[in-house]
Design a protein. Structure first.
Length: 345
């Protein structure tokens, strides 16, 4: 569910979809719980958890993993961290290793939503439960995991498109050339968020999507990509807006713009509008400075804690829904003060 806490609001269709998803995530799918033997209450103590992450060099994933590792001991769980560097083959080896070592549960952020399916199948055969986090699993694999904990990535993409549209309006533009700098387009989160973004921009008459480039969630890569985009469009009047899928990418786009002599903001048609996501401190600072138009409260520390608590609920024998969708809010200059602390981690 995405709540809009500023003067800019979602369209009725998105809001209605969000309400339906909230009902599905926390009510109607209670009967879809993973068919594995229930654990007795209080059995989390001493349980071995394999925390299988994509990459630890991005701020979001690093913060998520740390929050999980900090929370799990509270429940008595022992955590071993694996990082696949977005290498699906390496992650498959790590999952096989975790199965061989007989971990009690796999907490999995998949490096490839299709490539990971054979490994998940082997985990099920070994009777080791899988809890998915952040990266949405492939459709049709619901029998291979207990629950998914995260946000609706498609709706986040749609929300970003609406934020870009509103930023263009705020700057006085009737039509703007837009580029998107994404996370790894081989992973579930970026693929689906990009799909939602591209789907939604078709509904906004003031957005002309000119380019989508893979920034790999990486700050340096995104800054380089942004610089190349500005050079490419310089002879065509320049870009009017950039969507950086994560705040570190959006801020990298801002730095590249300033290095190219492009003014950033949303106060006039001559300024480049930038929208981010996942509310890193640098994004919050950029909103306060009037350089970043908007981000979203996709907070990795909340996700890490919630996922650890969900694992504990599984070991305690609680019946889990198939989807556990965390709420997300739009953050702009109008409400940035209330998010400054939560987005600093």
């Amino acid at each position: 569910m995405v709540k809009m806490a500023s003067k800019f609001t979602f369209g009725a269709n998105i809001a209605a979809r969000l309400r339906r998803l909230a009902v599905i995530a926390f009510g109607l799918v209670l009967g879809l719980a993973f068919a594995l033997p229930a654990q007795a209450a209080g059995e989390s103590k001493g349980k071995k958890v394999a925390l299988l992450m994509t990459i630890m060099t991005t701020p979001y994933v690093a913060a998520l993993a740390k929050a999980f590792q900090d929370r799990a001991p509270f429940h008595g769980m022992e955590v071993t961290l694996f990082a696949a560097q977005y290498d699906a083959a390496l992650q498959a080896q790590q999952i096989d290793d975790a199965i061989a070592r007989k971990f009690d549960v796999l907490v999995l952020m998949s490096a490839g939503e299709s490539a990971v399916v054979p490994s998940m199948t082997r985990a099920k055969a070994a009777k080791i439960p899988v809890i998915m986090v952040n990266n949405v699993p492939k459709d049709g694999t619901e029998d291979l995991y207990v629950t998914f904990v995260g946000q609706d990535q498609i709706l986040l993409g749609r929300a970003a498109a609406e934020a870009v549209s509103n930023g263009l309006k705020a700057s006085g533009r009737k039509l703007g050339k837009v580029a998107a700098i994404t996370g790894f387009l081989s992973s579930g989160a970026a693929i689906r968020r990009n799909a939602g973004f591209k789907e939604a921009v078709k509904k906004f008459s003031n957005i002309d999507l000119q380019a989508v480039e893979d920034g790999r969630w990486d700050t340096a890569t995104s800054e380089k990509v942004a610089g190349q985009l500005y050079a490419r469009f310089a002879g065509r009047g320049g870009l009017d807006a950039v969507y950086g899928m994560a705040d570190n990418q959006a801020v990298a786009a801002i730095r590249a713009a300033e290095a190219a002599g492009i003014k950033v903001g949303y106060g006039s048609p001559k300024e480049l509008v930038v929208v981010g996501g996942n509310c890193l401190k640098e994004g919050i600072d950029s909103i306060k400075a009037g350089k970043l138009f908007a981000t979203f409260s996709q907070i990795p520390t909340d996700l890490g804690v919630t996922t650890a608590d969900t694992v504990n609920d599984y070991f305690s024998g609680k019946k889990l829904p198939k989807l556990m969708l965390l709420p997300v809010e739009l953050i702009t200059k109008a409400n940035v003060a209330q998010w400054e602390t939560k987005c600093t981690y």
